[in-house]
Design a protein around this ligand. Sequence first.
Ligand SMILES: Nc1nc(=O)c2c([nH]1)NC[C@@H]1CN(c3ccc(C(=O)N[C@@H](CCC(=O)O)C(=O)O)cc3)C=[N+]21
Length: 288
Amino acid sequence: MSATLIDGKAIAAETRAEVARDVEAFTARTGHRPGLATVLVGEDPASAIYVGGKQKASREVGIEPFDHRLPADAPAVEVEALLERLNADDAVSGILCQLPVPGHLDGVALTGMIDPDKDVDGLTPLSAGRLALGLPGLRPCTPAGVMVLLERAGVDLRGAGAVVVGRSNLFGKPMAQLLLGADATVTTAHSRTRDLPGVCRTADVLIVAVGRDRMVKADWVKPGAVVIDVGMNRSEDGLHGDVAFDEVSEVASAITPVPGGVGPMTIAMLLRNTLAAAELQIARRVPA
Ligand SMILES: Nc1nc(=O)c2c([nH]1)NC[C@@H]1CN(c3ccc(C(=O)N[C@@H](CCC(=O)O)C(=O)O)cc3)C=[N+]21
């Protein structure tokens, strides 16, 4: 392998240590402990593991976790009532409604109910609009984490050609906007893109989030490119990203592994956003 490994696990650990320090200072200053409420509807085992990981990571940095689980057949009004309660609860700084939700529910509508000041996923229309306009706001955790990885890897984004493969609201769209905000020249590619390998080959920075096991091959990558793998594909032969790591790492100059790349960074950014949300709520609290 010739590429430098971008060690998301190590960078995330450093970010979590920073957040832990900042949470301590926040609590000393305000007398409040930040709180993160997670809402999980249904019993999907992978989702349950992720939510459990978020809870544990919260506790470790001094953020109080609130764990809410509803049955897979919970009616929309019940989930809505829970979100309204959490919006009104002063102990809850941030709310995360784990996606995807079961088919009878509307994930976009539910997420959109979250108080924008508690929107630690950065997925409400207001947060998305703030990002699109270049205004300050809470940013979606996974793309925000990728920006930290790129910065820590010393990648100069100004004028660089960045290709984002995937156009989801959760990742691809906000990723493209963050890169644009950092002065990259951004292309968003997707399943309908003509000559996807050719488009990928133009990238100085290639970011892939499509959910197709090891789709990106060595001949899709420009020699020396930086490759960020956002995929999480579980199969009989283990957990793999959207990038064929072994062959692509012979071509790229730097690459993130799966696991141990973008995933841990997502959780670290969730913690950072929860502290930022707690700050927002202190700021808007009317002084006595
Ligand atoms: N509202 C919402 N917000 C999310 O942020 C959100 C979501 N819904 N739904 C699902 C996805 C997925 N996601 C991951 C977070 C951490 C790892 C992670 O830590 N992965 C480890 C490995 C985990 C393993 O071994 O399974 C790693 O990459 O090293 C993965 C995936 C957050 N998501």
